[in-house]
Design a protein around this ligand. Structure first.
Ligand code: ZN
Length: 222
């Protein structure tokens, strides 16, 4: 996620703790707060159409507060960001990357980053593997989808075949390596979604069949 270092960094610090017991994947419909946390953190102050100051209010016919420009009428919607990544596999080994950037500097992750405009989710996942680990992959199938409502992000992780083992750290990685199951640094993983995706992957590989999953990752303290 090199191109978005500054922008991407904002959200990740929040879900630092891996809870021992994962929340159920049962879907609980919750009404969003009037203004999401995300909106507060990334509050729009000026209209990007005309440059006037905006006000934050609920537009007529809407249910949530938006940044509204009273000068030109533009309503600035803020919506969740998609993060795409993959589990690159070569034989019985999985490619992981040690982060060279905050948050979670020095911890291990799967290659993933913010999707760019005008690319597909699978293209974005392959691009991130190339950027973070100089890894060439074939994206095989969607594997896990995690919603992280408190930071307004959705992760889409794919299973991928690593085409060769000629990998090396990209600018966002201190180190990259191929690990077998017993070499996964479980206590040094950067994000809950990495841990959950790897746990599912190991279990599914043992079972001989991969099952696509979705779930929610909630703030540890709320
Ligand atoms: Zn305006």
């Amino acid at each position: 996620m090199r191109r978005h270092g500054a922008r991407s960094g904002r959200g990740f610090g929040v879900f630092l703790a891996f809870s021992g017991a994962y929340p159920s994947t049962a879907v609980a419909i919750q009404r969003p707060s009037r203004v999401s946390d995300d909106t507060y953190k990334h509050l729009i102050r000026f209209c990007n159409s005309c440059g006037a100051g905006v006000t934050h209010r609920i537009p007529e016919g809407d249910t949530l507060a938006r940044a509204v420009c009273d000068a030109c009428g533009t309503i600035h919607y803020q919506n969740p960001k998609l993060v795409v990544g993959c589990v690159p596999v070569h034989g019985d080994r999985i490619l992981i990357c040690k982060r060279a950037i905050e948050p979670r500097y020095g911890l291990w992750t799967l290659p993933a980053g913010f999707m760019e405009n005008e690319e597909s989710a699978a293209e974005g996942a392959a691009r991130e593997a190339l950027e973070e680990a100089n890894a060439r992959v074939d994206i095989e199938d969607l594997y896990t989808v995690y919603s992280i409502p408190h930071i307004s992000q959705v992760y889409m992780m794919f299973r991928a075949r690593l085409l060769d083992t000629d990998v090396s750290p990209g600018v966002e990685s201190l180190e990259v390596k191929l690990v077998r199951e017993d070499e996964i640094p479980w206590d040094q993983l950067a994000f809950a979604m990495v841990k959950r995706t790897l746990e599912h992957f190991i279990a599914d590989r043992r079972a001989g069949s991969f099952v696509t999953r979705f779930g929610d990752i909630r703030a540890p303290h709320r």
